[in-house]
Design a protein around this ligand. Structure first.
Ligand code: SF4
Ligand code: F3S
Length: 104
């Protein structure tokens, strides 16, 4: 599976959802997640993300983010169309310490 990671928080550009062939993105207030059991590993979303927040789970040290994606994919609504990114998305792109700002 591919995993949405920290830099999506407060950026939430949503370019990823438009390209997913199986519509496995789920939307929170300031973050999106991928349902790990629905993702078919096609990889097309990865280069679409302007925040480079989507990473294959073959990369090391992603257990925590995989768990977060799984947890919220079970409770957040599905998203298949790109909405407006936050007005200040570009200001948050690349900032560190965003994990604690994730809205549940
Ligand atoms: Fe969807 Fe493919 Fe991205 Fe998985 S890797 S979330 S199937 S676009
Ligand atoms: Fe987030 Fe990147 Fe998608 S910022 S909403 S993972 S395009």
């Amino acid at each position: 599976t591919y995993v949405v990671t920290e830099n999506c928080i407060k950026c939430k550009y949503q370019d990823c959802v438009e390209v997913c062939p199986v519509d496995c993105f789920y939307e929170g207030d300031n973050f999106l997640v991928i349902h790990p059991d629905e993702c078919i590993d096609c990889g097309v979303c990865e280069p679409e993300c302007p925040a480079e927040a989507i990473i294959p789970d073959t990369e090391p040290n992603l257990d925590n983010w995989l768990e977060i994606n799984r947890k919220f994919a079970e409770v957040w609504p599905n998203i298949t169309r790109k909405g407006d990114a936050p007005a200040d998305a570009d200001e948050w792109n690349g900032k560190t310490g965003k994990t604690e700002m994730l809205s549940e």
